[in-house]
Design a protein around this ligand. Sequence first.
Ligand SMILES: [Zn+2]
Length: 250
Amino acid sequence: MNCKNCQNIYSGKYCPNCGQRDIANIRLKFSEIINDFFDNAFNIHKGLFFTFWTLLINPGKVGKSYIEGQRKKFTNPARYLIIAIAIQAFLDYWFLQPELTQQPDFVNFYFLSEKVNKNMAFWNHTLATKYSLIHNLSMILIFPVIFVILFKKLKYNFTELLTINFYYFSSGLIVTLFAILTCIQFFVSGMKTPLIILVTFSYVIWANMSFFNEVRFWNRLIKILIAVVLFMLIRVFFMIYVLSVLFPIV
Ligand SMILES: [Zn+2]
């Protein structure tokens, strides 16, 4: 076969020099454009749905395979994250608009002034809606930082833990969105926030329990719960408190 993309002469399904498929060297077919689109845009051929399903039933396997070098088996983690964020943006826009426009009730911290509490409710809502992209991206960093320290003995580095969190955070996001949509279906008025948080953290705990499975059960569970509590403290308190003090609106 003579590769029309790079002129390399080879045999096999893909050009070893540039990766173009053999089928691309024959006359253009419309089905080929469609196939290429999905392959490039959504990575469907390498199993987006397979990746999502495996992340639900055996999340540890996906993370470990990727770290250990099986990088073609599942959808690329950065690509998976972008797809999850795109799904979120799509669902927010088409289904959740009315839910998102009204500011939900927020925790009232008795040890803070009423003014600070009001600002915090505002910033909680603003972060989740107006700045949701940058907010989500900054949230991804929290678990890897905590896990590098708590699971130091396993010798994973920050990049490895961040990469697997691309998978777990994204799947958590998708699972949460389905939970929200289900809530809207069944309890038309108002979202059931505690239920949604329960769904999200159940997945996060499940995914990390599965990933760190060489650590003994209680040791592993306690460390993951510490990470969840720290995450909540940062998300529900510190970040919002700092923003409310620096940029008050009332
Ligand atoms: Zn080539």
